[in-house]
Design a protein around this ligand. Sequence first.
Ligand SMILES: NC(=O)c1ccc[n+]([C@@H]2O[C@H](COP(=O)([O-])OP(=O)(O)OC[C@H]3O[C@@H](n4cnc5c(N)ncnc54)[C@H](OP(=O)(O)O)[C@@H]3O)[C@@H](O)[C@H]2O)c1
Length: 319
Amino acid sequence: MTDKLLTTPFTDRATAGEVLAGVDLSGRRAVVTGGASGIGAETVRALAGAGAEVTIAARRPDAAAPLVRDLAALPGAGPVRAAPLDLSEPASVDRFVRDWDGPLDMLVANAGIMALPERVLAPSGWEMQLATNHLGHFALVTGLHTALRASGSARVTVVSSGAHRDTPFDFADPHFTRRPYDPWTAYGRSKTAGVLLAVGVGRRMGDGITANALNPGYILTRLQRHLDDDTMRAFGVMDADGNLTPLPFYKSPAQGAATSVLLAASPLLDGVTGRYFEDNQEARTVRGDEDRPGGVAGHALDPVAADRLWEVAEAALRG
Ligand SMILES: NC(=O)c1ccc[n+]([C@@H]2O[C@H](COP(=O)([O-])OP(=O)(O)OC[C@H]3O[C@@H](n4cnc5c(N)ncnc54)[C@H](OP(=O)(O)O)[C@@H]3O)[C@@H](O)[C@H]2O)c1
């Protein structure tokens, strides 16, 4: 936790492209997980647009083909390619890591799934949201340690969510073996784990590697695909005819990607680590049950929980 919150000139409506205006990333290399759609695709667009070489890590690399083609035609954009990665499968993460060659400057842990209606277990035996959103990214970050070290000033950026606020990580029952499964608790917990991952990187990895986490805000994307129409209507984002109707405070994907690229590539974040941002500013620390929206819960920045979760994930990957 910090005394003084870091601020930037960018408002909550800034786009990723605006945040990186004038930033030259040529010669810098980035990986964006889930970069074929939604916030990830706009993160890729902004990083490549600033000249970075970007690898889209996608479980369906074909889905990234239109974006790769688009960016190949964009004057001044860095080279973009797609590579297969299924975060829910440790063997797939291992393959991605084995195939990676050379230094890595920016790793954006963006991919995620939300509110699976039923409890599903991944091949690791972990609950699927936690396995995908957290364990897969943990394996990727730690597997790529040598590549991150080789950068000299690598940044890890973890896309979390405001959903972390009322869900401390439950070390006693992380996979709902004792208590009934709840889709939102599972999601929130996986997003708390993401912030703890950013805290853990700063504490455990060294080598000039920094890590921060963020809430992108509300954006209509494929993330909501597991929600039924009644839930979408209750959230106020679907009309009676089934049309999607974003509320005024919702962001476009390009606005949603702004905080991601701020943390991944802006000089304003040089040397900053273990913090949580939203709307392009560092967030204040709140109690999880506070009424006001926004902010980061103390349980997500807790260094003791970060170390403990690091050890749990390491043990899980050892098998
Ligand atoms: N949208 C919001 O309002 C919001 C709010 C807070 C936080 N977030 C976070 O923002 C991030 C991006 O979400 P989004 O809104 O842009 O949704 P999205 O378009 O669904 O993007 C999520 C990406 O993750 C990929 N993915 C899912 N499971 C994967 C796996 N096992 N291995 C590799 N990739 C996988 C998806 O690929 P497939 O197409 O193959 O499924 C997709 O490309 C997520 O971490 C989400 O939790 C979003």
